[in-house]
Design a protein. Structure first.
Length: 256
C-alpha cells in the first residue's frame, strides 16, 4: 500500500499497486479537499484492491463524492466496493459509473465544503473521458487524457483522434488563460510544465499522422503494415496497442 503524497494544498495522491505497460507505475487515485474542510472528493479509486482502498479511504476521511475520469477498469474496478464502503454518490460522464447523482456535464461547477471543481469534458482517449480543474489553483486532473510521462493511447473504436486533438487544444487554452499550470495525471508523475507537455502531445500526434500518411502513400494498406512501418522504433510488445491507435488515425484521415 502506497502512502498518500501531498501535491498541493488541495490535492494528494495514493498510487495503486498495479504497474504495467499501460498503467506506468500504477493508477493515481486523487484525494481533493479544501484546506480545513472535513469532507473530501475521491477521483478514480482504481483497482478493487483492499490494501489500496484502505489507504485511500484512510487519507480521504469522510468522502462526499467520488468522481471517475473514464470507464477503463484500472480506474473504475473499485466502483461497487467504494460505494459500499463510503455510501458517497458517484459521478462520471457514463451513467454506468453514477450512483445517486447525474452524469457529468461540460463546464459544470462542483462545490464541496468550499472546494470548487470545474468539469472539463475531454473525449478522445475514450468517448467518456473528462478532466477536473481545481478552480482556486492552477491544477487540472487529466485522467488518461495526458499522462505523467510518455503519451496516451487513442485506441479504436472507443478512442477517436479528432475529438482527442480538440481536447488537447481545449486543455492548452486553459494554460493560455492561466488556469492550468500543473497537470495531475491518472498515471505517472505530476506534470509541472503543462504548456510544454501539451505542445509535445499535439506535435507528436501530428507527426504520427504525417508518418501514417507517408506509409499509406508507399503502399502500407493494413493497420498492421502501417504499425511495422511507422512504429519500428517502438518495442514490439506495444504494437498491438499501436495498431489500435493506427486504426484511429486511419479513420481520422479518411474523415478529414
Amino acid at each position: 500500500m502506497a502512502d498518500p503524497v501531498t501535491v498541493t494544498e488541495r490535492a494528494s495522491v495514493v498510487r495503486a499497486d498495479n504497474p504495467g505497460i499501460m498503467t506506468l507505475e500504477g493508477t493515481n487515485t486523487w484525494i481533493l479537499r479544501e484546506p480545513g474542510a472535513a469532507r473530501s472528493v475521491v477521483v478514480d479509486p482504481g483497482p478493487d484492491d483492499a490494501a489500496h482502498l484502505d489507504g485511500v479511504l484512510e487519507a480521504a476521511g469522510e468522502v462526499a463524492l467520488v468522481l471517475y475520469t473514464h470507464h477503463h477498469g484500472d480506474h473504475t474496478d473499485a466502483f461497487a466496493t467504494v460505494r459500499e464502503r463510503t455510501g458517497a454518490p458517484a459521478r462520471a460522464v457514463s451513467a454506468d459509473f453514477c450512483a445517486d447523482a447525474e452524469p457529468l456535464t461540460d463546464g459544470e461547477l462542483i462545490e464541496v465544503d468550499g472546494l470548487r471543481l470545474e468539469v472539463v469534458l475531454t473525449p478522445g482517449h475514450t468517448r467518456d473521458s473528462a478532466c477536473v480543474r481545481l478552480v482556486d489553483e492552477p491544477s487540472v486532473l487529466t485522467g488518461d487524457t495526458v499522462l505523467g510521462r510518455g503519451t496516451t493511447v487513442v485506441a479504436h473504436p472507443d478512442g477517436t483522434l479528432g475529438p482527442y486533438l480538440d481536447s488537447l487544444a481545449k486543455l492548452r487554452q486553459l494554460v493560455d488563460e492561466g488556469s492550468a499550470e500543473r497537470l495531475l495525471p491518472g498515471h505517472g508523475p505530476v506534470v509541472e510544465q503543462a504548456g510544454a507537455v501539451l505542445d509535445h502531445y499535439l506535435e507528436h500526434r501530428h507527426e504520427r499522422l504525417d508518418q501514417v500518411r507517408a506509409a499509406v502513400a508507399v503502399g502500407r494498406t493494413t493497420p498492421r503494415d502501417v504499425v511495422e512501418h511507422v512504429y519500428a522504433d517502438v518495442d514490439p510488445v506495444l504494437w498491438d496497442a499501436a495498431e489500435l491507435s493506427v486504426r484511429a488515425q486511419l479513420e481520422y484521415l479518411q474523415e478529414a
